[in-house]
Design a protein around this ligand. Structure first.
Ligand code: ZN
Length: 311
């Protein structure tokens, strides 16, 4: 079954580690071969800058990751750079769509021009924050009560103007509330249900419902600390509990996957890299119909894009 995955961090590894290649490198979760084996048809590649990198170097780091995307990912003949969402419907057998996203606006500082440059490079989905404060707002590790900053208005206007999807993953609670009425297109690219695992990176039932009321979707994340609190082995069935819970809240049409592969140091059992993707679609068949699983795996996201009519 074809998969659309909304979040991986392989670009950070590809840019930091010069000897790592996208093809045939066992150190990567989301290598080309693993995506092929897992039948991942579309992968969103996040630009993620480690928080310890000094502010004045962050934008250069972002450009280095764009460069890794171009020279290591797009260099492979199977990979097709998606700069217009409509291209997803034109992918041939054997091709994999590659989309750029930005995980937090930290690297732009308070310079909107830097964000424009990243949109020109093909970034189609943008999160306002990572876990910490930046010029736009406050992340999930900060106080939940601090709202978006004045600069957020300019950022959101630019993203709306370019029909870029705004990602609520990593945003704090008040930032989420402030963003919802302002964003044209919304998604949570890698979050689980807080009702089942009380972590600030997860969304409450109320947030999930509000997100969907504003046209958004939630893509579940495969990182064990966001699946369950206990330190025992985390299984695919534990993750499916989140999917079942969210499906009961908002329906399968609004659910997708955002693995976070290559951004995580722990993995769910039997879902340890992208090659094992079909283990979750198989396990879902105990609870959901084939058509429902296809909706969650890829078709719901394609329908979302066609409904909002973005390019
Ligand atoms: Zn993340």
């Amino acid at each position: 079954m074809e998969i659309i995955d909304l979040h991986c961090d392989v670009l950070e590894k590809l840019s930091r580690l010069e000897d790592v290649q996208f093809r045939n490198d066992s150190r990567l979760h989301a290598s080309l071969e693993n995506l092929q084996r897992g039948n991942v048809k579309v992968q969103i590649f996040a630009i993620f800058i480690e928080p310890h990198i000094p502010q004045e170097q962050k934008f250069t780091e972002a450009l280095r990751q764009v460069e890794a995307f171009q020279t290591k990912v797009l260099n492979e003949p199977e990979m097709v750079h998606i700069t217009n969402w409509k291209q997803l419907n034109e992918l041939q057998d054997g091709q994999i769509g590659a989309v750029l996203s930005l995980e937090g606006c930290d690297c732009i500082g308070d310079d909107l021009y830097k964000l424009k440059l990243l949109l020109d490079a093909g970034v189609k989905l943008v999160g306002l924050t990572w876990n910490y404060e930046n010029a736009v707002g406050y992340g999930a590790s900060e106080s939940p009560d601090k709202g978006l900053k004045p600069f957020a208005k300019q950022v959101i206007e630019l993203l709306n103007e370019h029909d870029v999807i705004i990602d609520v993953a990593h945003l704090n609670k008040q930032g989420f509330d402030d963003l919802l009425p302002l964003a044209k297109h919304l998604i949570a690219s890698h979050c689980n249900a807080r009702a089942l695992c009380d972590h600030p990176r997860n969304l409450s039932d109320d947030q999930i419902k509000q997100l969907v009321q504003h046209g958004g979707r939630i893509h579940v994340v495969f990182y064990p600390p966001f699946v369950k609190k206990s330190k025992e082995v985390t299984t695919i069935d534990d993750l499916i509990k989140h999917i079942t819970h969210i499906a009961a809240l908002v329906g399968v049409e609004r659910i997708g996957f955002g693995s976070d592969f290559d951004g995580i140091d722990l993995t769910v059992e039997q879902l340890t890299n992208a090659s094992e993707y079909q283990n979750i679609t198989s396990a879902l068949s105990k609870t959901f119909t084939q058509s429902e699983i296809e909706t969650m795996a890829s078709k719901g996201f394609l329908k979302y894009l066609s409904e909002i009519g973005i390019r």
